[in-house]
Design a protein around this ligand. Sequence first.
Ligand SMILES: *Cc1c(COP(=O)(O)O)cnc(C)c1O
Length: 342
Amino acid sequence: MIDLYSDTVTRPTPAMRRAMAEAEVGDEQRNEDPTTNALQKRVAELLGKEASIFLPSATMANAIACRLHTQPGEAVILDARCHILNSETGGLAVHSHLVPRIIDGDRGRFTAEQVEELITPAGHYRPKTTLLTCEQTHNAGGGSIWKLEQLQAVCAVAREHGLKTHLDGSRLMNAVVATGISAADYCATFDTVTLCLSKGLGCPVGALLAGTAETIARARTLKQQFGGAMRQSGILAAAGLYALEHHVDRLAEDHNNARRLADGLSTIPQLDVERPVETNMVFVGLQRTGLTAAEMGARLRRLGLIASQPGRYRLRFVTHYDVTADDVDRAVRIMRDALSIP
Ligand SMILES: *Cc1c(COP(=O)(O)O)cnc(C)c1O
């Protein structure tokens, strides 16, 4: 089976498992887990922030960030297809009681003018807009990359109006590897940043939230409230340290494989491959095949290929550590075979 469902399907490598097994541990809730502390320091440095906090998931990191920066009843600006809005089971409403102000972005990216239009001051009727979030890379936008200047521009207008800014940088390292721009440069314009370890970085669990020391101290209280505080979490943090050492540069292979897949799929006339392919994701429109994503997904699965189905006529393929160039070539052949089934 070739599993291109997501980069979350990666399994820890033998070397990562060894690093986990050998991790020094202590009680994380008392700040006494040395490996967790080392990971938090490492990620803060990587993202150019004063501090970071280790959490069970990027979903929790985003939820805590939204809580940190807002009061119930306020408004948050986000892209229509972003993860916070679409894939966190309404956490924005449940945990933070926020009103979403939605921008229909260009593959997840939007402009300072679009942001400014949605900023409402406190008034008798309107909720006050107090937070802006961006996603880098943008998952449902096609693994797309925000330009640094574009991020700086939207954050500048937000700051001018007193908004806080949060970056869902779950796949930030994909953008870093694809562009050569440092993580710290991308993060400098944001108050807080989420980094996920369990996507292309290949860890089994975990994410970090980074920001000022004061913000992260408040995040620690919320981590406890959310039930995210752990004990000997060094076993998990060790996987993160290992991944940051060994699994970042290799994301370039995933990007090459994604481009290879897109080129292969583009030779099949009925498919509409979304371009450009900027990182490790390939989205394909199926309208002209006459098959829905569910129908095509079932055919592919029978032939040994798994893709996700983010839309009625839209398939998503994600390349990752456990996928080779040969697998990608095989995936193209399977797609061709699936379409020739009468
Ligand atoms: C996967 C993902 C998350 C959530 O990550 P988990 O660690 O699985 O909770 C958040 N944001 C984006 C953009 C993602 O792709």
